[in-house]
Design a protein around this ligand. Structure first.
Ligand code: UD1
Ligand code: CA
Length: 456
C-alpha cells in the first residue's frame, strides 16, 4: 500500500494571539506540525504533503529539514479547498491519509487502524464521543447505525447539535475516489467554505462504506486553538513520557514535575530524578545516576554513578563515571569530565577537559582549559582566557594544586605537581614540582592607629 499523507496546516490560529503561526508553537520543544510529521514518518511507503499558508516563509524556513512536499494554500477557503491544492500530486491507487497539523498527539496505532479500513469499497473516519461536542462537525447515522454524512455545527439543526459523536477531521480514503469527490465540493453552507466533510455524503451515495474508528483517548485527537489547550497537551505528553520512563525503571520523585524535551539515547538502571528536572535534546544517562531538583541537562552524556545535585545547568557536556556536580554548577558546551571528578557550587566550566579525580569545588571559572588528573583547583580560581579579541588555552598538568583566588592568564601552563600560592596572578608558565606565587609581601605596621572621628 502506497500512502500519501496530507497534513493540513494553513490555518492561522487567531486564538493563540501570536505573531507565529499556530503549528509553530511547541510541545516538548518540537513544533506541533513536527509532532504530526514525526508520527506519520513512521508509516512505510508514505509520501508526506504539507498544506501551509499563514506565516508561509517562517514555516518553510524553520521546518525545511522535513522530508515532505510543501503546497501553499494562499487563501484559506476550507478543509476541502486545502486538500484540493494537492489533487494533482495524488496517485489513483494511493491511500490518502488526512491529518491536521495542530493535532499533535495522534498515535501511530490509531492511524494504522484507520488505514486498515480503506479499500475500493470503504473509507476510514476517525470519530470520538465528546460530552461537550460544541464546535465540532457531528456524525449523522441512519437507523442501522451507518454513517450518512457530517454536519458542521454552524449548519446543524437543534436536534443534530445534540449528537455527541463528532468528526476528528482525521480520515483515510482511496486516491481516485478522493479526487473525484473533491472536484464536486461546493461552498453552499453557513460559512461559505469548501468542506472536506462533504465527501462523506458523496461516498455514501456511491455505496462506499464509512468505517469509523475511535482514538484511545480524547487527548489524542485534541487540536490546539489557544494557549490553555497547548499547555494541557504539553502536560499530557509529558505525563506519557514520564510513565514510559518509570516503566523502564527510572524513579521520578514527581512525574508531574518532570519534562523530557527530546530523547534519551541510552538509559541505565536505577536512575533517580528529583523534581523540576528538564532533559533537553539528546541525552544519555548511565546507571545509578541521581539528578537533583531544578536541574536542566541538554545534549549530554552522563556516566554511571554520577551525582548531580540541585540547581545545575549542563549543556553539551560529557561527565565521567562517579563524578559529582553541583549544587549550582554550570557545565557549558564542550566540557569533558573524566571519572570521579568533583565540580562544586558556583563553578562554571566551558570548553575544557578535566581528567580523573580532579576537583574544582568552589566559585571558579575554567574556560578553554586542559586540566590533568588529581588536580586541585582552589576556591575563586579564574582562567583569564579572553583578551577581548582572542581566546587562549590554559594547561594545568597532573597533580597541580592551584591556591585559592588565583588568576591564570592564558596562554599559560602549570607544570606537573606544581603548586600555585593563593591569591596569585599567573602570567608565565609555572614549572613542575615548584611553588609559584605572585603576591605582594605582607607587612604589618606597628604603632598604627585607626583614625578617629574629630569632635567639632
Ligand atoms: C473541522 C471539520 C469538523 C471537525 C473539526 C475537528 C470541516 C469542514 N470541518 O472543523 O467536522 O469536527 O475540524 O477539529 O472539515 N485548514 C487549512 N486550510 C483551510 C482550513 C483549514 O489548512 O482552508 C486546516 C487548519 O489549519 C486545521 C485544520 O485544517 O489544521 C482544521 O481546520 P479548522 O478550521 O480547525 O476546522 P473546522 O473547520 O473548525
Ligand atoms: Ca584577587
Amino acid at each position: 500500500m502506497n500512502i500519501t499523507t496530507i497534513i493540513l496546516a494553513a490555518g492561522k490560529g487567531t486564538r493563540m494571539r501570536s505573531a507565529f503561526p499556530k503549528i509553530m508553537h511547541k510541545i516538548a520543544n518540537r513544533p506541533l506540525l513536527q509532532h504530526v510529521y514525526d508520527m506519520s514518518k513512521q508509516l512505510d511507503n508514505n509520501q508526506i504533503k504539507i498544506v501551509y499558508g499563514h506565516g508561509a516563509e517562517l514555516v518553510r524556513e524553520r521546518l525545511k529539514h522535513l522530508d515532505a512536499s510543501w503546497i501553499e494554500q494562499k487563501q484559506q477557503l476550507g478543509t476541502g479547498h486545502a486538500v484540493q491544492q494537492v489533487t494533482d500530486q495524488i496517485a489513483d491507487t494511493d491511500t490518502v491519509l488526512i491529518l491536521y497539523g495542530d493535532v499533535p498527539l495522534l498515535k501511530l496505532i490509531t492511524v494504522k487502524a484507520l488505514l486498515a479500513n480503506v479499500d475500493d469499497k470503504s473509507l476510514g473516519l476517525l470519530t470520538v464521543n465528546l460530552s461537550d461536542p460544541k464546535g465540532y462537525g457531528r456524525i449523522i447515522r441512519d437507523s442501522h447505525g451507518r454513517v450518512q454524512r457530517i454536519v458542521e455545527e454552524k449548519d446543524a439543526s437543534n436536534n443534530e447539535k445534540l449528537i455527541k459523536e463528532v468528526n476528528t477531521g482525521i480520515m483515510a480514503v482511496k486516491g481516485d475516489k478522493l479526487k473525484l469527490w473533491l472536484a464536486q465540493i461546493k461552498n453552499h453552507n453557513a460559512q461559505g467554505e469548501y468542506y472536506l466533510t462533504d465527501i462523506i455524503e458523496m461516498a455514501v451515495g456511491e455505496k462506499i462504506k464509512v468505517i469509523t474508528n475511535h482514538p484511545h483517548s480524547e487527548d489524542e485527537v485534541m487540536g490546539v486553538n489557544n494557549r490553555m489547550q497547548l499547555s494541557h497537551l504539553e502536560r499530557v505528553y509529558q505525563q506519557e513520557q514520564a510513565a514510559n520512563l518509570m516503566e523502564q525503571g527510572v524513579t521520578l520523585r514527581d512525574p508531574s514535575r518532570f519534562d523530557l524535551r527530546g530523547s534519551l539515547e541510552s538509559l541505565g538502571q536505577d536512575i533517580d530524578i528529583d523534581i523540576n528536572v528538564i532533559l533537553e535534546g539528546k541525552n544519555s544517562i548511565g546507571s545509578n545516576v541521581t539528578i537533583g531538583a531544578n536541574t536542566r541537562i541538554k545534549n549530554s552524556v552522563i556516566g554511571d554513578h554520577v551525582e548531580i545535585f540541585d540547581n545545575c545547568v549542563i549543556e553539551d557536556a560529557v561527565i565521567g563515571a562517579g563524578s559529582r556536580i553541583g549544587p549550582f554548577a554550570r557545565l557549558r558546551p564542550e566540557t569533558v569530565l573524566g571519572v570521579n571528578v568533583h565540580i562544586g557550587n558556583f563553578v562554571e566550566i566551558k570548553k575544557s577537559d578535566v581528567a580523573e579525580k580532579s576537583k574544582i569545588n568552589h566559585l571558579s571559572y575554567i574556560g578553554d582549559t586542559t586540566v590533568g588528573s588529581n588536580v586541585n583547583i582552589g576556591a575563586g580560581t579564574i582562567t583569564c582566557n579572553y583578551d577581548g579579541v582572542n581566546k587562549f588555552r590554559t594547561v594545568i598538568e597532573d597533580g597541580a594544586f592551584i591556591g585559592s583566588d588565583t588568576q591564570l592568564v592564558a596562554p599559560v601552563r602549570v607544570g606537573k605537581n606544581a603548586t600555585i600560592g593563593a591569591g596569585s596572578t599567573i602570567t608565565k608558565d609555572s614549572p613542575e614540582n615548584q611553588l609559584t606565587l605572585s603576591r605582594v609581601k605582607q607587612v604589618s605596621i606597628s604603632g598604627w592607629q585607626r583614625p578617629e572621628k574629630k569632635e567639632s
